[in-house]
Design a binder for this molecule. Structure first.
Ligand code: SF4
Length: 441
């Protein structure tokens, strides 16, 4: 059984409220942290090996150490709660059921970074959660854990919740900052990076909800103890939101030492494939990471078991591996049509492109149209090569990672499931009434 650090108290009735959270030991990590120096906290975060839980997996301590500290210029912590990646809903769970864990993590992080005004930018579709967060902020303030001169330390900290307007692109950190400043959420060219010029051109750290919540157990048990959980550079625990054709969709906390097979088939987690069907493929890190067929998902090319951690999931690079990403674990059974699935994702990325750069603005639209044509049985063999060519021209040639996010699913689908694309081309009539999965398994 995986160790629980973030969700250990999630089952307790009333844990959403300050009184219950406090009774369970809540805010003791904050009390401990406020007696430490900011540099000591930063050292704990570095030692913990915590990697950003939003998708990129960049070491959090290193990110914090890049924060510029010019004299007299305010700095900010911004929590990225714009969780819009299809298949990813773990931050929603944290905010809805454990809002004080996030607020406590923000207090410690704000103190470490020197942010007196910090923000939570939350996706517009999570319409009921800002009220929960704002209530928690008020409770923390009333108890002296936010506001002026917190616990007599002289440190002031306010937290504000900002609702997004429902654009996926605002999950990209610089688009988020633009939106937070009241502008259209267009990603910025980097450099300068937010650590130097972020919100209102002030030094800013943007971190994912889960990353900031993880600061609480890191301070609680120490960075060194946190680093002992997990394996290699995949330290601590990770939240996984599991969905698709499984018996038990939900949010699970794992310690990154379990195998993918155990995660899918064990009753503790996904509980196996729905209706006893066979596993066809999986996207383990949110819709933008490469899809992997079952044989490569359960084992690496060397025949080693594949584990639920950053290194093992990526083993073999994009040719045979994938990524941990945001932990949005989407499972596809034998009946699913990969062309149809890829088309749905292409439509999503085309809709969400901000339109600033040509490869993304035009390319995502072309990919969607070609996929639609193939799926309807109106495609030609050359269309598959054209699709491959377009995704190659998008990847790495755009301002922000949305271009890559749109290209990778198409590349992986063609790489691993080219036969399905060809089946649609060769069987135009059948492909209108059946999908490849149903016709072949
Ligand atoms: Fe906008 Fe797409 Fe360019 Fe990102 S890659 S800046 S979403 S057009």
């Amino acid at each position: 059984m995986s160790k629980k650090l973030l969700l250990k108290d999630a089952h307790i009735e009333g844990i959403r409220y300050f009184e219950t959270y406090r009774k369970q030991g809540g805010y003791t990590a904050a009390e401990k942290a406020l007696k430490m120096t900011p540099d000591e906290i930063l050292e704990e975060v570095k030692v913990s090996g915590l990697r950003g839980r939003g998708g990129a997996g960049f070491p959090t301590g290193m990110k914090w150490s890049f924060l510029a500290k010019p004299e007299g210029v305010p700095r900010h912590l911004v929590v990225n709660a714009d969780e819009s990646e299809p298949g990813t809903f773990k931050d929603r769970y944290l905010m809805e059921f454990l809002p004080h864990l996030l607020i406590e993590g923000m207090l410690i992080s704000s103190y470490c970074l020197g942010s007196n005004v910090s923000y939570i930018y939350i996706r517009g579709e999570y319409s009921w959660i800002p009220d929960i967060l704002e209530e928690a902020i008020e409770e923390a303030k009333a108890a002296g854990f936010l506001g002026k001169n917190i616990l007599g330390t002289g440190f002031d900290c306010e937290i504000y919740v900002q609702r997004g307007g429902g654009a996926y692109i605002c999950g990209e950190e610089t688009a988020l900052l633009e939106s937070l400043e009241g502008k259209r959420g267009n990603p910025r060219l980097k450099p300068p990076f937010p650590a130097v010029k972020g919100l209102w051109e002030r030094p800013t750290v943007v971190n994912n909800v889960e990353s900031i919540a993880a600061i609480v157990p890191i301070i609680d048990i120490t960075g060194a103890e946190y680093a002992k959980i997990g394996v290699g550079r995949s330290t601590g625990t990770k939240l996984i939101s599991a969905c698709g054709n499984i018996n038990k969709p939900g949010v699970y906390e794992i310690d990154m030492t379990i195998t993918v097979e155990e995660f899918i088939y064990s009753d503790e987690y996904c509980g196996g494939i729905k209706d006893g069907k066979r596993l066809k493929a999986c996207i383990p890190g949110g819709s933008s990471v490469p899809i992997v067929p079952a044989n490569l998902l359960l084992r690496t090319v060397n025949g080693e078991p594949r584990y639920m951690n950053y290194e093992s999931l990526a083993d073999g690079g994009f040719a045979t591996g994938t990524m941990m990403g945001s932990g949005g674990f989407i499972v596809l059974d034998e009946d699913q049509c990969i062309v149809d699935h890829t088309m749905t994702l292409a439509r999503f990325y085309n809709h969400e492109s901000c339109g600033q750069c040509t490869p993304c603005r035009e390319g995502t639209g072309w990919m969607y149209k070609i996929l639609k044509k193939i799926e309807k049985g109106e495609g030609k063999m050359e269309d598959i090569d054209l699709l491959w060519d377009i995704q190659r021209k998008i990847e790495g040639n755009t301002i922000c990672p949305l271009g890559d996010a749109a290209a990778w699913p198409v590349a992986a689908a063609i790489r691993h499931f080219r036969d399905e694309f060809e089946w649609h081309v060769k069987n135009p009539e059948l492909s209108q009434t059946q999908n490849y999965g149903l016709a072949h398994y």
